[in-house]
Every structure is written in structure tokens, then in C-alpha cells.
Design a protein around this ligand. Structure first.
Ligand code: DAH
Length: 497
């Protein structure tokens, strides 16, 4: 439950023109604070807990309104069905499904070994409640706490997570992830050799599959994907990695076979889907694992990233007071898997309370394809503007900077610290969401032009308005578009063209 409260006038009720003075639509180097003395008497109450807001606060009411819906445990919800299906492939694991979404900066980043300058910490990417507290950006935020409890060898954590992000049919600023981890306690064995023997036996007991697996790289590589030499022998890392990979391949087989069955039942099992299921392991980097991988699945003619994983960073386990445990962890985005399983075409639908949506899913029955109930017409509108001449270069998300489905944000070019408001695409995304809510389906850059003589830069974005519930009138779409355009002028001093 979320209550917005303040002892002074609500920050969010301020005229748009004044908000930039208080709120960060500025880009900062990590850990920099804005100097403006924003209202300090304001607070946010979330889950009955009061949090003072400060100059870091950037979580908008639209996000707080979604907070606490717990779709991943809502009976018969497709996200809950997907979660349960994945959990069923990890028997004996303890499933944590109720961990609160407000976490500390330390839980979300420091505890996992994120460097102080990791881009994920930026306020352009993360919703801060205040400088010390945020809405978790991934379920990994709970890893250290759950390891510290030391209550089971294996666990999963499923939860809602939040990121400032692009607006399109597969991105929504609130989504769901599942974390999974399995560790073995070295102290339970007489020798490290016995540990390896046990993991090998456990590996042999895992279900076999007929999946085609491409795994061209060595398990570890000194530069690209290092072994944690101080903590694991090559033999240990090899068998932990083999156990991890086989376990996740088994999970993927289960999901995609269900998806195929649902397609066939809907009479949509075409030639393309009859191809043998194929996956590949790709080297990756995460601060909390080494070596690390992403798993990609060949699905309808494309490689699709489905999860991130690796051998748990041993210093993390040491910080969690379980230094004698070794093992693996993974993180998977639930929406993408659910979209694929059920054929759900738009990520906004998961938040729908419409019975035409919710009524289609039943956790007791085999998975069935979603039947679109209506498609209201799209209303695209373009907004073109000149950036202010003094402004630092804008930050425009490129496809490679989009978060991975596991939610990993691996690289992003951040502008250097500056006191000028810098146009960051994620700010436009948020303006669009705050103004048009779920009536905005997609925001994409359609033109980026620098005037050859003046050097001025102009951007053009196409904003596609479409309601899932009704046909938007021309007037409604125009009014939304006008408000978004005006906010852009107010916040960034852009000049509309
Ligand atoms: N937390 C990562 C993310 O959101 C996903 C992830 C990657 C989780 C590797 C893990 C892991 O547990 O081992 O991008």
C-alpha cells in the first residue's frame, strides 16, 4: 500500500515549469547530489513505512500506483502461472515470493559488488525514494539477505522490479524477475574432492533433454570470463557450471515445450515451430558472478535472450556470512517468458484488470494461447524539437543499451556530470507515461538531425497512443500529445519545430 503524504505542498502538484528545479531531470555522476534545497519535510509512505524524500527522489506517482499489486502471486494471473511453472523445475528450493520492493542502495548495488560508477546506479535508470533507498531494480537485491538466512541449499526469489526505461510493447517500468540460486556447503564434505563428487552425482540426476545446445566457449577465460582462482579449482568451477547449465536448459525445455503445445492446440503450430528447439550459451558479465553467461533461445527465427547467470562471486557469499558455500545463481525476466508462453502481444496487458484479459488464464488447465479481445486503433503523433544549444549531448538509448530480459544493463554511455539539464531519453519516456499513462504504447526516435551550418541538433520522436480499453478520440490523443510536448519545453528548454 502506498500513501503519498507531505507536510508542505506536494512536489508532484507543483507547476511543471518549477519541477525541474527540484527534481532530477539532470544527469549526474553517480553519488552527486543536486544543490537545490528541495522540500525536506516531504515524505513517502510505502508498505506502512515512512521515507523522507530528498533531492534524489524521482519515483513518480504512476509507479507508486502500480506498486504492491503482486501480480506474480495473483491466482490465475499469467505471471503467476509462469512463476509456478519455473519453480516446478527446481524441486526442493525454497520459494520467496513476498520480499518488500523498497530496498537500500546497499542491498541493490553494494552488496552485489556493483562499482560506485556503475551506470545502473544513475537516477536516469533507477527510481530513488531518497538517496539511501530505492525501488529494487532486480531480484538480486535480496541475494545476500537470503544467503545470510542460510535456510536452504536452493532458493528462488520472485518479485516486482522497477527501472526507468524505454516505452514499447516489451518494456514497462515495472516488471517481474525471478532469481534462483543453488549452493553446496564445503564444510559438509571431508575434502574438496568429495564436494566435486557430490555435485557430479547431483548433475547426473538432473533430467536429460533433447535440446540442441551451442556452447562454443571454454567454461572460463582469463580475460573474458575469469575463474575465481582464489576460491574455486578449475574442476569445481567446471562441475558447478555444468550443473547450472543443465538445470537451466531443463527449465527452458519445459517452458518452450509448453509454448509449442499451446500453439499446436490453437492450430498455429507451423513448420517454423517444428524446428528442433535450440539454445546457445553466450559469455556475459555481471558484478555478482564469475564466470557469467546469458542463455539465448532460437524462437521463431530469432535468438532471444532469456536469462543471465553464473558462478556466484565468492566475496558475496563471504559478505553474507556463508563463506563455506559455493554455487550458482540466475536471474530471469518473467514478462518475456509469459508473453512467449501465452502469446501476449503487449506488456501493458499484464497490468490490466479487465476480465476479458484476466478471464483467459487458469492455473489448473494446460497453457492456452491468449485470444486478443479487441485492438483499438493507434494514434501516432510526432514531436520534433531543437535541443538547446548549450546543452550537453543527449542520451539516446540505442538497441544495445536496452536492458536484457534478465534486466541486466551492461553498458550505457552516460554524459559527464554537468549542471545543464541534459535531455535523456528515459526522461521523455517518463513524461509520456506520467502524462498519458497506459495510453502510450510506444515512443521511438524517428529522426536525429544536426544542422550543417548552425550545428544545432534536432530530434523527432514518434509517440504512438493506443488504449487497451477504448478508441482514443483525435481530441484526446491531441491533448495528451500537447501536454507531453509542453512538458518537454518546460523541462529541457527545447524548441518545438
Ligand atoms: N540481476 C541481473 C539483472 O537484473 C540478472 C542476473 C544475472 C541475476 C546473473 C543473477 C545472475 O542471479 O547470476 O540484470
Amino acid at each position: 500500500m502506498v500513501v503519498l503524504s507531505c507536510t508542505s505542498r506536494s512536489f508532484w502538484a507543483l507547476p511543471a515549469g518549477l519541477r525541474p528545479l527540484l527534481r532530477s531531470t539532470y544527469c549526474f555522476a553517480p553519488n552527486r547530489r543536486i544543490s537545490s534545497g528541495g522540500p525536506t519535510t516531504q515524505s513517502l509512505t510505502i508498505d506502512g513505512e515512512q521515507y523522507p524524500s530528498d533531492s534524489w527522489t524521482n519515483v513518480p506517482p504512476a509507479i507508486l500506483a502500480q506498486y504492491g499489486r503482486k501480480l506474480h502471486v495473483q491466482p490465475n494471473h499469467p505471471l503467476s502461472i509462469t512463476r509456478a511453472l519455473i519453480e516446478s523445475r527446481f524441486p526442493g528450493f525454497r520459494n520467496h515470493n513476498d520480499l518488500p520492493g523498497v530496498v537500500t542502495v546497499s542491498q541493490n548495488f553494494d552488496s552485489l559488488g556493483f562499482t560506485p560508477d556503475h551506470p545502473g546506479r544513475n537516477r536516469t535508470d533507477t527510481y530513488y525514494i531518497n538517496k539511501d533507498t530505492l525501488l529494487r531494480t532486480h531480484t538480486s537485491a535480496h541475494e545476500v539477505d537470503v544467503f545470510r538466512q542460510n535456510a536452504s541449499n536452493g532458493y528462488t526469489i520472485s518479485a516486482d522490479v522497477y527501472r526507468r526505461d524505454a516505452v514499447d510493447r516489451s518494456h514497462y517500468p515495472a516488471f517481474h524477475q525471478m532469481e534462483g540460486a543453488l549452493t553446496w556447503d564445503v564444510n559438509h564434505f571431508k575434502t574438496r574432492q568429495d564436494l566435486v563428487k557430490q555435485i557430479t552425482e547431483d548433475f547426473d540426476k538432473l533430467p536429460k533433454h533433447d535440446l540442441v545446445v551451442e556452447d562454443p566457449n571454454p567454461t572460463f577465460h582469463p580475460e573474458r570470463n575469469p575463474l575465481q582462482e582464489k576460491h574455486h579449482s578449475p574442476e569445481e568451477a567446471e562441475i558447478i557450471a555444468a550443473h547450472l547449465k543443465r538445470s537451466l536448459e531443463d527449465m527452458v525445455v519445459t517452458i518452450f515445450k509448453e509454448a509449442d503445445k499451446a500453439l499446436a492446440a490453437a492450430g498455429q503450430g507451423s513448420q517454423a515451430e517444428q524446428e528442433p528447439l535450440k539454445v546457445r550459451w553466450v559469455e556475459a558479465f555481471f558484478p555478482h558472478t564469475s564466470p557469467s553467461w546469458e542463455l539465448e533461445v532460437w524462437w521463431r527465427g530469432d535468438w532471444l535472450e532469456v536469462l543471465g547467470c553464473g558462478i556466484i562471486d565468492q566475496p558475496l557469499l563471504i559478505r553474507a556470512d556463508v563463506p563455506s558455500r559455493v554455487g550458482w545463481a540466475f536471474g530471469i525476466g518473467l514478462e518475456r517468458i509469459a508473453m512467449l508462453l501465452f502469446g501476449i502481444p503487449d506488456i501493458r496487458l499484464f497490468w490490466s484488470k479487465d476480465s476479458r484479459f484476466l478471464g483467459q488464464f487458469n492455473e489448473k488447465l494446460p497453457i492456452r494461447r491468449f485470444q486478443p479481445f479487441s485492438k483499438h486503433p493507434a494514434a501516432p503523433r510526432d514531436v520534433s524539437f531543437w535541443l538547446p544549444q548549450s546543452s550537453a549531448p543527449p542520451v539516446v538509448n540505442t538497441p544495445s543499451s536496452a536492458p536484457s530480459p534478465a534486466g541486466g544493463q551492461l553498458t550505457r554511455n552516460e554524459p559527464s556530470a554537468t549542471s545543464d539539464p541534459v535531455f535523456h531519453e528515459n526522461d521523455l519516456m517518463e513524461i509520456a507515461r506520467n502524462t498519458a499513462g497506459d495510453n502510450v504504447e510506444d515512443v521511438s526516435l524517428v529522426d536525429d538531425f544536426t544542422h550543417p551550418k548552425t550545428g544545432r541538433r534536432s530530434l523527432c520522436y514518434r509517440i504512438t497512443y493506443r488504449s487497451l480499453e477504448k478508441t482514443l478520440t483525435t481530441e484526446e490523443a491531441n491533448a495528451l500529445h500537447q501536454r507531453i510536448s509542453q512538458e518537454l519545453v518546460g523541462k529541457f528548454g527545447v524548441e518545438l519545430r
